[in-house]
Design a protein around this ligand. Structure first.
Ligand SMILES: [Fe+2]
Length: 335
């Protein structure tokens, strides 16, 4: 006889995603039909989508082995189905709960890294990081040296913004296929971050449209420069199924303070990334696992500038576009 364990944890019941009737299960090693998984894989027909025909055998083997390995019961499977359904019901134009679920499981960061590794043409390229849900197209095109911060003394985070005011500059460089990086003129640095209250402007009625967002074009030396704020930690939305799962896993929802970028230049792959402030208490505990060592930055005190208390120099190295058809091929793989 195997050890008997309770099936329904009280915290699981708190999920509200389904009910379980069985009281216990066994950790015995049962015998299963060894041909069952092959039978399911073999059901795929000769006209199947090529990419699916390639990847589904592996997915099915992992999925079936997982279920057998941890003795998934019908009640647990039903709860999981309800959980996924709840994620879908909560998703709309403003919120993507299923993507959030992938984020807290580390899947989006992993897929981002896999994609970047496949496309990389040199080891000098700046690492990518996930886009996140708060990007907006068509941020204001601003001259170098201008600010993306609109401040009013009436804002509750006014004093914090003054204390965190920062000057950010650097170069956009070409990896030039592994040689010495060379400056890229007319590259676009698209930047955005949250306010000291942890909210992006579209989440916050107290901020003006497009606050803390801007696009900057590099000069002849590949340089960009702007005023922004040192970033503030914020929690991911945790009032849905993903948040309940975090709670069941005894995890917090916080992301370390970060600044988002999309950096693009002719003939190069666009870089979507984030930089992370080393002072942040969550720097080693990002709830979506996006932090990479090369993306952690140290802001330095800035002297003699009434507009900024801090400064940071950060360069972005872009990889060459190896194959113009890469992104089209990616899209073609989607059903
Ligand atoms: Fe963010």
């Amino acid at each position: 006889m195997g050890q008997l364990l309770p099936l329904v944890d009280p915290a699981m019941a708190a999920l509200g995603l389904g009910s379980a009737n069985a009281k216990t299960y066994k950790l015995e090693k049962p015998q299963y039909d060894t041909k069952f998984t092959d039978l399911v894989i073999g059901a795929t027909g000769p006209k199947a989508h090529p990419r699916l025909a390639q990847i589904m055998p592996s997915l099915l083997r992992h999925l079936h082995n997982f279920a057998r390995e941890v003795n998934i019961t019908v009640s647990e499977w039903t709860m999981a189905v309800d959980f996924i359904n709840e994620c879908g019901k909560m998703s709309d134009e403003q919120r993507n709960e299923t993507q959030l679920l992938c984020d807290i499981l580390g899947l989006e960061s992993l897929v981002d890294e896999i994609t970047a590794n496949q496309l990389a043409t040199s080891t000098t390229e700046t690492p990518s990081a996930i886009l996140g849900p708060f990007y907006r197209h068509d941020a204001p095109l601003l001259p170098n040296g201008s600010s993306i911060v609109t401040l009013s003394p009436s804002l509750p985070w006014y004093e914090q913004a003054i204390a965190d005011s920062a000057y950010l500059t650097g170069q956009v460089l070409s990896s030039s296929g592994g040689g010495k990086p060379i400056p890229l003129r007319n590259a676009i640095v698209d930047v955005w971050h949250s306010a000291p209250n942890g909210l992006y402007e579209q989440q916050d009625t107290t901020q003006p449209e497009m606050n803390l967002r801007g696009r900057f074009v590099t000069d002849a030396n590949g340089r960009y420069s702007l005023y922004c704020l040192r970033p503030t930690a914020y929690p991911i939305p945790d009032d849905g199924p993903a948040g309940k799962l975090l709670s069941l896993l005894d995890r917090h929802p916080w992301r370390p303070g970060h600044i988002h970028f999309i950096v693009s230049a002719l003939g190069h792959r666009s870089l979507t990334t984030q930089i992370f402030d080393s002072r942040d208490e969550y720097i080693k505990q990002d709830s979506v696992f996006a932090v990479k060592e090369e993306l952690i930055v140290d802001f330095k005190p800035r002297q003699g500038d009434p507009q900024a208390k801090w400064e940071l120099e950060y360069d972005f190295v872009l990889g060459l576009m190896a194959d113009q058809g890469e992104e089209e091929k990616d899209e073609a793989a989607v059903l």
